[in-house]
Design a protein around this ligand. Structure first.
Ligand SMILES: NC(=O)c1ccc[n+]([C@@H]2O[C@H](COP(=O)([O-])OP(=O)(O)OC[C@H]3O[C@@H](n4cnc5c(N)ncnc54)[C@H](OP(=O)(O)O)[C@@H]3O)[C@@H](O)[C@H]2O)c1
Length: 699
């Protein structure tokens, strides 16, 4: 049996010994702690020379992984020099440690699908964890290094690898701030300020990299507030460290040291086992050999969930805007002033706020998919109302959206959605998606899906149209704003489900082109185009209105057929409450809002608790699914995407919210009332026969 001895400068109370099999051989492994006594460690090293097959030296500070002519310290040099003189192969585990950093990061990112994508990572010591930082930089540039604060008491953080390298060389400008005293300094205000900076940096991070050496010293002041909900990357996460992190609410611990034995052992022990098994000295084993052994032996990094449940929280941002100047009054300060100033004041505020830089309106938390995936995010508001956005060139809105995208990225969002009018102006997200450093979606695929989902639900509950499974519905539908992004995909989908579709728009050439492409996809549909929708209104059973008319009169509801179901997707709505009140025999619903899974918390967005606009729901579905990609942009929405997002939504527990109209949610009784009035009015107007199915019943 081969013998591997680990001589540690750590406490002897943690000593252990055990037998194990590794690379097909039997081993006896023993740890000997020297309680920080260098001479004793040296003595032990000499004692075990030629007796052990390999010796590991543990609990010593590794040299900084980054070349440094500044801050270089003599770390336990005596014992390492001694290690070089003796016959038995000796290792500190440094090579394995470096190799396993890279391996474990790539492994975790691949296994869990873009795990580190735009993560906000704080390194408590970038100098020690330089190798991790270099690999991490391939996944995210949201890196922060606390070295100046912790090592030198400088109240500044570094935010790039280049900055860290300059700091290591002693050429970083922040070194001019060197107070000449370490963190242990008795300069209380400075120490307090530095603690504050560090605590804030920890709170903002999603991932914190904690060196294994002096682990507790780095985290001594950290509480639930700093560590709650975080992912910690560290090496050799012994049970006591896991317990410590668990008590402070950590969600995930990634232990970069491969777990090959039942017991967690330090890299020096594993590397010593490898040397003994291969019967080689440490300088004869290269990084490639180690990588091969790691992958062959399936020495995967450990991913520990202290709560016992797998946890993954992805992050999104979503851009919103005030729908009109009246919404600006919801701001308390504006409301207060506008209460005793002339209405012109609000006009001025509307113009000025359109120029304001984006700001975070609300944090969104608590979204939990039945798959276990979680999402959190930020609602970022740009100041422009639709009126203001239309009054400026598209570039005006693009500039604000790109500002919002930069903000979202800095905060750690992995995808950003564009709400309502922000994607109506210009090319519907194409330019913004091209220029932003974060994937963009307009959410229009799910908006179209939600509109039709809600429309279908309303039609079913009205029970005036016969629906036979597997057959096209013998009814007439119309889409207003048919050439728009949402309108056109609604036309494509309605063409697949209904006998006849009328596409209403303002531009005949666009309408003809759309008609042609739909007929290629769905040749058996009767499809007409019109620029004068009023002429057809009296025949329509279902209408979807999705224009960006921003409150202009779009359709004359007085001409609509009794019993018609109108889905108003537009924001601001195409039909005012006054219009809707004119026709109690017509069911007007406000598109399809989505109910989120879990227990979402956010500031009021004008919808019931848990309910959000479908375009925001699309952004959330993509975040939950880890699909950090440009999903829907431009006006050519593919119906396959509509179907895909609908299915992904179901997978992640999205539900169609209760359908509502201008007066709130429709109960079955409300719908029955509309239906009764429609039947009476329908007979009077001599409309085509309707099937008599009760409201809420199956059609
Ligand atoms: N409910 C939701 O969750 C949700 C989500 C996203 C968007 N929206 C809203 O849905 C609407 C459509 O969005 P979109 O992205 O599809 O916009 P879009 O691509 O710009 O399409 C707008 C359509 O409206 C037409 N239009 C514009 N002004 C009009 C007017 N005065 N009269 C008649 N037609 C007019 C346009 O016709 P031309 O082709 O002739 O210009 C175009 O076909 C917007 O109101 C938006 O705010 C709602």
């Amino acid at each position: 049996m081969k013998q591997v001895i680990s001589i540690s400068l750590g406490a002897s109370k943690d000593d252990y010994e055990f037998e194990t099999e590794f690379l097909g051989r039997q081993f006896f492994v023993k740890r000997l702690g020297a309680d920080g006594d260098m001479d004793r460690a040296a003595q032990m090293l000499l004692e075990w020379d030629r007796k052990a097959d390999a010796i590991g030296i543990g609990n010593i500070k590794f040299p900084h992984a980054i070349a440094s002519n500044f801050l270089t310290k003599k770390h336990d040099d005596k014992i390492k020099t001694l290690g070089k003189r003796i016959q038995t192969p000796v290792t500190t585990g440094a090579s394995l440690r470096d190799v396993s950093f890279e391996w474990s990061l790539r492994y975790v990112d691949h296994k869990f699908g873009s795990y580190f994508n735009n993560a906000k990572v704080l390194f408590l010591s970038g100098m020690t964890s330089y190798k991790i930082a270099r690999v991490m930089a391939e996944y995210t540039d949201n890196l922060t290094f606390a070295d100046p604060v912790i090592e030198n008491g400088i109240s500044k953080l570094i935010h790039s690898i280049k900055g860290l390298e300059r700091y290591a060389k002693g050429s970083h400008e922040i070194l001019e701030w060197l107070p000449g005293k370490r963190l242990t300094s008795s300069v209380v205000p400075l120490k307090k300020w530095n603690n504050y900076i560090l605590r804030k940096a920890m709170q903002k991070a999603t991932i914190i990299v904690v060196p294994s050496y002096k682990f507790y010293e780095y985290l001594k002041d950290a509480t639930l507030e700093e560590l709650g909900g975080k992912t910690i990357i560290t090496a050799t996460a012994y049970d006591d460290r896991i317990e410590f992190l668990k008590e402070r609410g950590v969600d995930v611990i990634i232990d970069t040291t491969p777990k090959i034995l039942e017991r967690v052992v330090a890299p020096n022990v594993i590397e010593a086992l490898i040397l003994a098994a291969l019967e080689k000295k440490s300088d004869m084993v290269h990084a490639d050999d180690l990588l091969e052994i790691i992958s062959m032996q399936k020495m995967d990094p450990r991913v520990v969930y202290p709560s016992g449940r797998e946890k993954r929280v992805n992050r999104f941002a979503f851009v919103i805007h005030p729908l009109s100047k009246e919404f600006l009054k919801k701001d308390k300060a504006v409301d207060f002033i506008s209460s005793f100033t002339p209405p012109a004041f609000l006009d001025a505020v509307e113009k000025v706020i359109a120029y304001a830089p984006p700001w975070v309106y609300s944090k969104v938390t608590g979204i939990k998919s039945p798959t276990g995936a979680q999402a959190e995010g930020w609602l970022i508001t740009v100041g422009g109302t639709p009126k203001q956005m239309l009054a400026h060139s598209p570039e005006f809105t693009y500039a604000r959206l790109l500002q919002a995208a930069r903000m979202a990225r800095r905060m750690g969002a992995q995808i950003m959605g564009l709400g309502a009018f922000t994607k109506v102006v210009g090319d519907a997200g194409v330019t913004v998606a091209k220029k932003a450093d974060i994937p963009i979606t307009t959410g229009n695929s799910y908006s179209a899906s939600g509109a039709l989902w809600a429309g279908a639900d309303a039609v079913r509950r009205m029970g005036l149209i016969q629906i036979e499974s597997g057959k096209k519905i013998a009814a007439k539908t119309m889409v207003l704003g048919a050439t728009g992004a949402i309108g056109s995909v609604c036309c494509r989908l309605l063409a697949k489900a209904f006998d006849e579709v009328i596409m209403a728009g303002r531009n005949t050439a666009k309408l003809l082109a759309l008609q042609q492409s739909i007929l290629e996809e769905t040749p058996d549909v009767k499809i007409k185009i019109t620029t004068k929708p009023d002429r057809f209104l009296e025949d329509m059973d279902v209408i979807v209105t999705a224009t960006s008319g921003a409150g202009k009169k779009i359709l004359d509801i007085t001409k609509v057929k009794p019993g018609c179901v109108i889905t108003d997707v537009a924001r601001p709505l195409d039909l005012s409450p006054e219009d809707v009140a004119k026709r109690p025999d017509v069911l007007v619903i406000e598109s399809g809002e989505i109910e989120l899974p879990g227990n979402p918390e956010m500031k009021n967005i004008g919808l019931p608790h848990k309910v959000v606009y479908a375009c925001l729901a699309e952004t959330i579905v993509l975040a939950l699914e880890g699909r950090f990609e440009i999903f829907t942009v431009g006006r050519e929405i593919e119906w396959e995407k509509v179907r895909e997002i609908y299915k992904l939504g179901l997978k992640h527990g999205m539900k169609l919210a209760a359908i509502s109209g201008v007066n709130g949610v429709f109960s079955d009784a409300d719908i029955l009332k509309v239906r009764d009035l429609a039947l009476k009015a329908g007979h009077k107007a001599g409309q085509p026969a309707v099937t008599g199915i009760s409201a809420g019943g199956k059609a």
